[in-house]
Design a protein around this ligand. Structure first.
Ligand code: SF4
Length: 373
């Protein structure tokens, strides 16, 4: 819960989570819908899914008791080498190394590691160096303290820019400080620019009747959005469109290696038809007031928020032509009524969401809150 999220934000989520799932057994047997609903608002739903898979593994293989060795912890879904090393060394005193982003920066500078720290070879060298430090630890020293010391050093003195080498306890052993290479190390390969990422286009349907909308659920095995609810896609439901139905909203989102571009069209529906697409397993009419309590994909959540701010009914048909590329939209923007502009555009980076056209303070608040998720 705390990854990329502030403690103050997490506390109410943590309290609700522990009240709903007080034991590892309770989490293991809970319906996935309940797990995702309890996580709703924190984003990165794969963590919630992995927590439950991990709980199921611990119940099935370890009788509900978390194992204590890093090698055993690694076998639990959702626990990677860093988390396994942290639990084993800090909680149980095992001489298990760990490498997170802060430790990688410290080690790359101290040892002068010239490999990209995200590359396979870079990771191998970092873990080897961390292991050597752990092996050299005196017999009466606490392994958890070494790991926590390295993490703390990276979080404080050995900052990404402007490291404070004068007061650093490792200064006399540090290659980067000796050679004045702090700005060069660690080596990190450049990420692709957002506009270089491939685009996935999706067209979703807003089917509303009597205060309820139609949502479909991704099957539990369908990858990134597994178990999450979404607006249905064209082709998933037996929908008809109002004559010349325009797009009423759009949403842009940057995923890890792709961009997602979603457009939303209003449609009507006679009967609910189970999606033939095997990546979906359920379709429901959900009261608008209850939708936020479900585990909802970020794009649909952003569109729901936008609707709450400016329902589509307030957008005149003539003011809402089909949505084109964002650049083309911005060129024609001043020609459209402000309210229509507000009703149509949401944009997120990763799972964050920003409503273009909202007041800048409000959009800024939303951006900052979502970045923390
Ligand atoms: S001496 Fe400077 S670069 Fe080296 S570990 Fe310490 S803070 Fe980082």
């Amino acid at each position: 819960m705390l990854q990329q999220t502030r403690v103050a934000t997490v506390i109410p989520y943590w309290e609700r989570w522990m009240a709903r799932f007080p034991t590892v057994q309770a989490l293991a047997v809970a319906p996935l819908d309940d797990v995702l609903a309890a996580w709703a608002g924190l984003g990165y739903y794969s963590r919630a899914r992995n927590l439950q898979k991990g709980a199921q593994h611990v119940v099935d293989s370890w009788r509900g008791e978390l194992p204590r060795q890093a090698g055993e912890l690694r076998a639990i879904p959702g626990i990677g080498p860093y988390t396994a090393g942290a639990i084993a060394s800090i909680a149980y005193g095992e001489r298990a190394p760990l490498v997170d982003g802060n430790v990688a920066r410290v080690l790359a500078r101290v040892f002068g590691i010239a490999h990209d720290i995200k590359s396979t070879i870079g990771q191998r060298v970092l873990w080897e160096r961390a292991g050597e430090l752990m092996s050299a630890l005196p017999a009466d020293a606490a392994p958890g303290n070494l790991n926590q010391g390295l993490m703390e050093l990276g979080a404080t003195a050995c900052a990404p820019t402007g490291p404070r080498c004068l007061g650093c306890p490792l200064a006399s052993h540090c290659v980067a400080a000796r050679d004045g290479r702090q700005a060069e190390l660690p080596v990190v390969a450049k990420r692709k620019r957002v506009d270089e990422l491939p685009v996935i286009e999706r067209e979703l349907l807003w089917i509303e009747q009597g205060g309820a909308i139609v949502l479909v659920r991704r099957a539990a095995t369908s990858g990134l959005w597994a178990g999450l609810w979404e607006l249905p896609e064209v082709g998933h439901v037996d929908a008809t469109f109002a004559p010349a139905a325009a797009f009423v909203a759009h949403h842009d989102q940057v995923l890890s290696h792709r961009r997602l571009r979603v457009r939303v069209r209003v449609a009507t529906l006679a009967t609910l038809v189970v999606p033939t697409d095997p990546t979906y397993d359920r379709i429901e009419r959900v009261a608008l007031a209850d939708a936020a309590d479900l585990g909802i994909a970020a794009a649909t959540a952003a569109i729901l928020r936008k609707y709450q701010d400016a329902p589509w009914a307030t957008v005149t048909r003539s003011a809402a032509p089909d949505v084109a590329e964002p650049r083309a939209r911005s060129r024609t923007r001043s020609a459209r009524p402000r309210r229509a502009r507000r009703a149509r555009c949401t944009r997120t980076r990763r799972s964050s969401s920003t409503a273009a056209g909202r007041g800048p303070r409000r959009a800024g608040r939303r951006r900052r809150a979502d970045r923390r998720r």
